[in-house]
Design a protein around this ligand. Structure first.
Ligand SMILES: Nc1ncnc2c1ncn2[C@@H]1O[C@H](COP(=O)(O)OP(=O)(O)O)[C@@H](O)[C@H]1O
Ligand SMILES: [Mg+2]
Length: 247
């Protein structure tokens, strides 16, 4: 058995602010195997984003250990974390975080410009990622010329352009209507089926029910870790919604 992709022990994050300490994440011990699709749930302020930021190597813990793909990453400095992120992790956010003045293709190429990928290869990889999310015909569109769902698909193409092992999404459907949200979940499920480990932060039970496993946080602590007996298949839900997608 290969080691799980993600293993934490007593992983913790405490913020020191004016009035005292905020224990945003308390003693998280968890193992996540390759190929998992996980939803992270909990009320506002329960530590979901803190957890994702630590697992995604966007931030360093105050305590505990974290092994990602066999490598101890808890003690690494910010440059080393950046290179691990670039190599292994793709991120998707609620507000898409696209460059407004850049085309879809330029937005998706962006992560490759940090990795000294030759220009031609950058272009080809970005074009393939956009095709993989169904936006092959929209490569030269700017964000303002795209719908919310299309912008989120550009963001997902950007997240997968480097073939990461893990895709991490913080409220990826929070700014979308339910049909478009279902399309995005269908895309995550397809990518997961192709082998990418997916971690989705959401406060929406319906979104979480697409995952294979749900973690629930309260006051910075993991209070429940349960498999989902029969995850919703988003592709079926999309097909059942009769309205054809606007051109
Ligand atoms: N940069 C920060 N500085 C101080 N406190 C923070 C910071 N980020 C988050 N917190 C606090 O940590 C707790 C968990 O926050 P967060 O992980 O963002 O929760 P969630 O994503 O579940 O809403 C909250 O009490 C929040 O106010
Ligand atoms: Mg949050």
């Amino acid at each position: 058995m290969p080691a799980p992709l993600i293993v934490t022990e007593n992983l913790s994050k405490t913020y020191h602010i004016g009035g005292g300490d905020v224990r945003a994440l308390v003693d998280l011990s968890i193992a996540i195997p390759n190929g998992e699709m996980i939803a992270i749930m909990g009320p506002s302020g329960s530590g979901k984003s803190t957890c994702m930021n630590l697992l995604g190597c966007l931030d360093s813990p105050s305590g505990g250990s974290y092994r990602l793909d066999g490598q101890d990453v808890a003690q690494l400095d910010s440059d080393a974390l950046a290179s691990i992120r670039n190599e292994k992790i793709g991120f998707v956010f609620q507000q898409f975080n696209l460059l407004a003045r850049a085309t879809a293709l330029d937005n998706v190429e962006l992560p490759l410009t940090y990795g000294r990928v030759p220009r031609r290869l950058r272009h080809d990889k970005a074009a393939r990622a956009l095709e993989a999310v169904g936006l092959g015909e929209r490569m030269d569109h700017r964000p303002s010329q795209l719908s919310g769902g299309q912008m989120q698909r550009v963001a997902i193409a950007r997240a997968i352009v480097n073939s990461p092992q893990v895709l991490m999404a913080d409220e990826p459907t929070g700014a979308l209507d339910s049909r478009t949200g279902a399309e995005i979940m269908a895309l995550f499920q397809r990518l997961n089926g192709e082998g990418i480990t997916v971690i989705v932060v959401t406060h929406d039970e319906h979104v979480a029910a697409h995952a294979k496993r749900i973690l629930r946080f309260r006051d910075g602590r993991l209070v429940s870790d349960e498999p989902v007996a029969a995850p919703i298949r988003a592709a079926d839900a999309v097909a059942a919604m009769a309205v054809p997608e606007a051109a």
